[in-house]
Design a protein around this ligand. Structure first.
Ligand SMILES: NC(=O)c1ccc[n+]([C@@H]2O[C@H](COP(=O)([O-])OP(=O)(O)OC[C@H]3O[C@@H](n4cnc5c(N)ncnc54)[C@H](OP(=O)(O)O)[C@@H]3O)[C@@H](O)[C@H]2O)c1
Length: 310
């Protein structure tokens, strides 16, 4: 089978398409999934560049949507041909989803949402679960609460806006000027141009901040919160001195994609609460280009690798 792999760290030039990667049989507790589409996330180019040590050769990718092709011993509740989606990064014991087939533990898989395509479903697992985990599990967002979501046009931010609005919150978000209308269409009440406006001078007494950007954006965000508020960051670890100074709770999130969260997301998608926006698709053979395209930034929605021609 074909797989996009690396044998050393670097830029898009280190991504090789191995046409003879062995197609595995599903071991105990796992499924072999024929991949239809695989979403590309910032973590994939960070892995390629060596932010996290790996054993080589390593197949890139985590997100996928496809069909069950083989079922390991001890697995129940799945049958061959079932449409599923999930996460299978080599970092979490999967075989990497930028390939024609992927092995994944059933703990990280759920039935694919029925009302969207495999390309949309393949774009959803890591971003959708990140938004869910932050808003529902950490912040407990609810009707009438005010939340600032940084990076509202990004993969995680765009889902977070829709989810927060569905749960009844008032949503402010930071974006580039070109994305102001886009995030309003997603449901944001207020959009702030992060290059030309200072969000900390405009927003006060917020219940929560969801930070998908990090660094100085994270530090400035404490000023927006009311006492007892919560900030969840996808990139920064809590700073006790800032928590104490502002009297707020800070959480550094490590997203854990699991079947339960994926199934809840699928329900929301099928109830048309949340849409997935795809910026561009690439064939598997152009995995290196897809990673560079995502890294270059200023996209609106997700980048997805498509393994099937139709
Ligand atoms: N901790 C974890 O477990 C975990 C899990 C998943 C993701 N992450 C991390 O979370 C981050 C976001 O992921 P993603 O998939 O949403 O990335 P993404 O799709 O690349 O989106 C990032 C968004 O941030 C915007 N942005 C950049 N600088 C900004 C600023 N100063 N203020 C406001 N917005 C800004 C970008 O807009 P422009 O392009 O217009 O500038 C873009 O829309 C990544 O760094 C990723 O690695 C962490």
């Amino acid at each position: 089978m074909k797989a996009a792999q690396i044998n050393k760290y670097g830029g898009s030039e280190v991504v090789e398409i191995n046409k003879n990667s062995p197609k595995p049989a599903a071991p105990r507790g796992q499924l072999l999934v024929e991949v239809y589409a695989a979403g590309v996330n910032p973590i994939d180019w960070k892995i390629r560049e060596g932010y996290i040590p790996l054993k080589f050769p390593a197949t890139l990718g985590g997100d996928f949507s496809g069909f069950v092709a083989d079922i390991g011993e001890g697995v129940s509740g799945f049958k061959k041909g079932l449409e599923v989606y999930g996460y299978a990064s080599v970092l979490g014991g999967g075989s990497g989803s930028f390939a024609e087939f992927v092995l994944a533990d059933t703990k990280f898989i759920a039935v694919k949402p029925k009302t969207i395509t495999h390309i949309e479903a393949g774009a959803l697992p890591l971003t959708g679960v990140s938004a869910w985990q932050a808003l529902v599990d950490h912040i407990g967002i609810s009707r009438g609460k005010k939340i600032l979501i940084h990076g509202g046009a990004g993969g995680i931010g765009s889902i977070a806006i829709q989810l927060a609005r569905h749960l009844g919150a008032y949503v402010a978000t930071t974006v580039s000027a070109k994305d102001m209308e886009y995030v309003k269409e997603l449901g944001a009440d207020e959009a702030i141009d992060y290059k030309n406006q200072k969000f900390e001078d405009m927003l006060h007494n917020y219940d929560a901040v969801f930070d998908t950007v990090g660094s100085e954006t994270y530090i400035r965000s404490f000023k927006v919160l009311k006492k007892g508020g919560t900030i969840v960051s996808m990139l920064e670890q809590p700073r006790p001195e800032l928590m104490e100074q502002y009297g707020v709770n800070a959480i550094g999130q490590l997203t854990q994609v699991n079947s339960e969260r994926l199934s809840k997301l699928a329900e929301l998608i099928d109830q048309r609460v949340t849409k997935v926006h795809v910026d561009k698709t690439f064939p598997l053979e152009q995995a290196g280009e897809a990673l560079e395209y995502l890294k270059s930034g200023h996209l609106r929605g997700k980048v997805v690798l498509k393994m099937k021609k139709n």
